[in-house]
Design a protein around this ligand. Structure first.
Ligand SMILES: [Fe+2]
Ligand SMILES: [Fe+2]
Length: 148
């Protein structure tokens, strides 16, 4: 699938996001309590801060603008914004509730794939100027290091 060049940084961040989601799902499956605890603490400490810029660019410059296209887009975009909040909530709960780790990993994977499949291909509904704003905002993101 061709990705618009303005989305390349977001797409790269999605790669990190999917690597993290897979890491979570595999770690839960391993039942290794020491690794599960370590991963929960790292996500608790770094996820919200690391993905803050990514979520903000998506919401402000992609999801809110796409909402006005039609009812279907509105439903999808609202769901994705809610999932950002759920991911932040889950990540910040993991230090006390490691039992939420699998839910966090599954939601992160499903959310990222949904954006890749349902949002990125429809980005051409935005104007060149709007696309340019996405690129400029993404360039200012703090680089997401793999903290896991
Ligand atoms: Fe997102
Ligand atoms: Fe995303």
């Amino acid at each position: 699938m061709k990705i618009e060049k303005e989305l390349l940084i977001l797409a790269r961040e999605h790669h990190v996001s999917l690597v993290l989601a897979n890491r979570v799902i595999n770690t839960v499956a391993s039942k290794n309590q020491a690794e599960i605890s370590a991963l929960c603490l790292n996500i608790n400490k770094y996820f919200a801060e690391s993905f803050k810029d990514h979520f903000e660019t998506e919401e402000t410059l992609i999801l809110y603008p796409l909402m006005s296209i039609d009812k279907n887009s509105e439903d999808i975009c609202k769901r994705l914004i809610k999932e950002h909040n759920d991911l932040i909530y889950l990540s910040s709960s993991l230090a006390d509730k490691p039992e939420l780790l699998l839910e966090f990993g599954q939601l992160l994977r499903q959310h990222t794939r949904a954006e890749d499949r349902e949002i990125f291909p429809n980005i051409t509904a935005l104007s060149r100027k709007q696309l340019q704003a996405i690129a400029e905002s993404s360039e200012k993101h703090k680089r997401i290091e793999e903290f896991f």
